[in-house]
Design a protein around this ligand. Structure first.
Ligand SMILES: Cc1cc2nc3c(=O)[nH]c(=O)nc-3n(C[C@H](O)[C@H](O)[C@H](O)COP(=O)(O)OP(=O)(O)OC[C@H]3O[C@@H](n4cnc5c(N)ncnc54)[C@H](O)[C@@H]3O)c2cc1C
Length: 262
């Protein structure tokens, strides 16, 4: 604990995360080792994949794959140190640990999805400053993410084009995330029970829905909720917080109008 420290990025809320700071040398050594680590070889039934063919969902990219993109990719991504300064100094890179339980007796390594062999995970993740003697309760492994190529197979009302009595919601429909999938389930229930039409474009679910049926999208990937999906405000607002507030208010207003005119 003399190497690592509690801090949430930009000190938002009670500090919950533990931070492992890297020096320049430690960081590049870690990246090098990730690149040479031995990986789990997928079985043929896991996918028809050799390394080149393997398709990763962008939000679940294995850390060793990210490291392949460039030696600085990690420190500008999952290991970025900004907002995690210690005693006024910004480390070269930081790996964050997120508590797994209330007792704070177990942590997971943020952004460390991996296909490295278990023995390699133990060796390589112990290079992280502060984790030299870490005990590993569970090793990382990748999961397969099943989803439809929604724009190709779904109709505008989220039923299958070739089986219109079958409606698809949640992960399988190409929606990603807990809340998004719950919202998607409710949405499809409304479509079935009330023949609800496309939600207004000013709402996040309206935009997610549009993505699922947008036939212009090439290489469809599951969609998460985010403000970037929403159309720009008529009058641009610079302050980020105010901008989000304005987007939320516009969304609620659009939804109220939509429900009243239904
Ligand atoms: C490791 C991991 C971490 C994640 N972390 C986050 C996170 O931090 N935040 C976040 O927002 N999202 C996260 N997600 C994504 C999130 O879990 C999913 O987007 C969401 O749970 C999908 O909900 P769903 O109900 O559509 O599908 P699921 O939760 O996959 O539910 C589908 C259910 O159908 C059942 N089923 C499958 N086939 C059949 C069958 N033939 N008959 C009967 N039942 C069947 C399955 O057993 C399962 O219970 C994570 C996903 C994974 C895998």
């Amino acid at each position: 604990m003399d190497k690592i420290y509690f801090k949430d990025r930009y000190d938002k809320g009670e500090p919950d995360y533990l931070n492992c700071p890297f020096t320049k040398e430690e960081y590049y050594h870690f990246v090098e080792t990730l690149l040479t680590g031995e990986k789990h070889q997928p079985h043929s039934f896991e996918n028809d994949m050799t390394d080149e063919k393997m398709k990763f969902y962008q939000n679940c990219m294995p850390i060793e794959e990210l490291a392949k993109r460039g030696k600085d990719t990690l420190r500008f991504g999952v290991m970025r140190p900004i907002g995690l300064e210690r005693k006024g100094e910004t480390p070269f890179a930081v790996l964050q640990l997120r508590p797994e339980n209330h007792e704070h007796t177990a942590y997971n390594l943020v952004g460390c999805q991996t296909m490295l062999r278990y023995s390699e995970q133990k060796r390589i993740f112990r290079l992280i400053p502060g984790l030299e003697k870490a005990e590993f309760l569970r090793y990382g492994s990748l999961h397969r993410n099943s989803y439809l190529n929604a724009p190709e197979v779904l109709s505008d009302n989220l039923s299958l084009k070739n089986a219109p009595n079958v409606f698809v919601a949640g992960q399988l429909s190409g929606v990603e995330g807990y809340v998004e999938c719950i919202a998607s389930g409710l949405l499809v229930a409304k479509v079935i029970s009330e023949d609800m039409s496309l939600l207004p474009p000013e709402t996040i679910m309206g935009q997610i829905w549009r993505r699922l049926i947008d036939t212009n999208i090439q290489n469809f990937q599951p969609v998460n909720a985010n403000f970037g999906l929403l159309p720009a405000l008529n009058k641009p607002i610079r302050d980020k917080k105010q901008k989000k507030l304005a987007l939320v208010e516009r969304s609620i207003k659009a939804l109220q109008d939509f429900l009243q005119n239904k």
